[in-house]
Design a protein around this ligand. Structure first.
Ligand code: SF4
Length: 242
């Protein structure tokens, strides 16, 4: 989409170029004090974190901590905090794992993963984004995942009512990993063990297939619910702007 169309739609000036640095620079200035980075501690958001750090942009970053992350992921969280001398805020539900089991029954993730994700991911995200004007993600276009095939650099997050900035929207996974390697960014060691996209222990498996094919195996589900509906299809945008 052309810049003029974007500016008409969003009613804010948008950067001339939509490369990662331009998007981050624009977002950090335009939404200063009212923007945050959501990191899953996957390679993409760690690259974004590194770019922000190198650009000298102070943007708060948070992790959605479901309580079900891998030990390797919790260890990586600490490593990243030490490397960048930052605190990664934990966004989490107040419902403990024990209380969830007594309230919803054991193994909610296997019976009703959408409900489990809503409790442990989507609602904590919504709460964290409340009051912000924009958030930054590590989303990139992925032709193999229909819900991510149309990712743009700047979107309107219909569900949460704020701008969503995806600086790596046009990057390939290879480019992400090359950047991480060149900059010596610590990555989750599970990536070298056959896990391609790493979320909760209960819903993440090794895979030889596409990047997200190891998530929620045995279910139709391919997304947690954090990232839709957001794409700026005109209808959704008009409804959001009413
Ligand atoms: S990924 Fe699985 S365990 Fe984690 S919140 Fe979603 S359903 Fe629950």
């Amino acid at each position: 989409m052309h810049n003029t169309q974007l500016e008409e739609l969003f009613e804010v000036p948008v950067p001339v170029s939509q490369d990662a640095e331009s998007l981050l620079n624009w977002a950090a200035e335009e939404f200063s004090g009212s923007i945050a980075l959501s990191t899953s501690l996957g390679p993409q958001t760690l690259v974004v974190l590194d770019l922000l750090h190198k650009m000298g942009k102070r943007v708060p970053a948070f992790v959605i901590d479901t309580g079900f992350l891998f030990p390797e992921t919790y260890q990586l969280l600490q490593t990243i905090e030490e490397r960048y001398q930052i605190t990664l805020e934990r966004a989490q539900t107040r419902l403990t794992i024990v209380d969830q089991a007594s309230q919803e029954g054991e193994g909610l993730w296997s019976r009703a993963p959408d409900r489990c994700c809503a409790i442990r991911k989507v609602l904590p995200l919504r709460k964290r984004l409340g009051g912000l004007r924009a958030w930054i993600t590590g989303l990139r276009r992925d032709p193999e995942t229909p819900s991510r095939a149309g990712v743009e650099g700047i979107e309107w997050d219909v569900a949460n009512g704020l701008f969503k900035v995806n600086p790596l929207w046009s990057w390939s996974q290879g480019k992400v990993l090359n950047y991480a390697k060149q900059q010596n960014i610590p990555l989750n060691p599970l990536l070298e063990q056959g896990y391609k996209s790493i979320g909760c222990t209960h819903c993440t498996a090794k895979t030889n297939g596409s990047e997200r094919s190891g998530r929620w195996q045995g279910h139709e589900k391919t997304e947690c619910g954090l990232h839709y509906p957001t794409l700026f299809k005109n209808k959704a945008l008009k409804e959001a702007q009413k």
